[in-house]
Design a protein around this ligand. Structure first.
Ligand SMILES: [Zn+2]
Length: 280
């Protein structure tokens, strides 16, 4: 684990943290409008780049005049709002509505010290199930953003070719967007999944990113790395738990009897698709 410390005075500014793959939703500044109780950008106890969960910061204080926001909290648009005990501005806390809650360190103001966790072998992660539970109301948002990122990258890889997707979760998620936004030229490419336990002869392969390092699953060919969470959902169509697993019935499923075994569909987030067309 590593601890981020102030480069000016050496004070520890976090609890010990483990690296995780940078989530796709890190690139989405805003989710919806006026959405309260947004989750952390990364899970507690982890970091991705210079991003940590707000509860993991230590030894900092607010910078007066920087505690500004648009609506229900602080959006950090005026720059760093957290200072080390020595006075150096070191990070920006964001917690306004519709914004993923986060503390972003200034890269030049901190350094990571300690021993990073050894990189876990691929096979030590669970690639057979997605822990959908009724407590994780943000799964769908994360998956839709990841699907949008994947869609845009598949379109970029395909260039002037049209993309054909086999029936199943892959087609349910991507075919409409690929048909709508992609080339309709005579040259066609097929899209498939490759990763733990999965091989494919498709022209373009969706492969998982390593949950810790973000490295792509090593396979030759044209690959589009996607989040491990989305990859598992796409690849393990028959191994999903009932949702919700316990408790009451979620609003999207009030009319469903029996409950669906999987979320109905993952529709690539339009906001993310549009944003990525401006900032690929
Ligand atoms: Zn300091």
């Amino acid at each position: 684990m590593v601890v981020f410390e102030c480069v000016a005075c050496g004070a520890a500014l976090t609890v010990p943290l483990t690296q995780v793959d940078t989530p796709d939703h890190a690139r989405v500044h805003q989710w919806g409008n006026g959405v309260l109780e947004m989750p952390g950008l990364v899970p507690p106890g982890t970091y991705a780049g210079h991003v940590i969960a707000p509860g993991d910061v230590r030894g900092v204080s607010w910078i007066k005049g920087r505690l500004v926001g648009y609506c229900c909290g602080i959006d950090g648009h005026e720059g760093p709002n957290l200072a080390c005990g020595c006075g150096r501005p070191v990070a920006t806390r964001v917690d306004d509505c519709s914004l993923w809650q986060v503390v972003r360190f200034e890269p030049d103001a901190v350094r990571a010290v300690g021993d990073p966790d050894p990189v876990r072998p691929w096979e030590t992660f669970d690639w057979d199930s997605v822990p959908l539970t009724d407590a994780d109301r943000w799964w769908q948002a994360r998956a839709e953003i990841s699907a949008a990122v994947a869609l845009v990258r598949v379109l970029a890889v395909a260039a002037d070719a049209s993309v054909v997707v086999p029936d199943g979760p892959l087609a349910d998620t991507f075919q409409a967007g690929l048909t709508e936004r992609g080339s309709q030229g005579p040259r066609t490419l097929t899209l498939g999944l490759a990763g733990p336990g999965e091989t494919s002869g498709a022209d373009v392969l969706l492969v998982p990113r390593h949950p810790q390092t973000g490295d792509a699953w090593p396979v030759p060919g044209r690959v589009v790395p996607i989040s491990a969470e989305l990859w598992t959902w796409l690849a393990r169509a028959d191994e999903q738990p009932v949702r919700p697993r316990t408790g009451g019935q979620w609003a999207p499923h009030l009319d469903d009897d029996p409950l669906p075994r999987r979320p109905r569909a993952v529709k690539p987030c339009e906001w993310t698709v549009r944003d990525m067309s401006k900032r690929p």
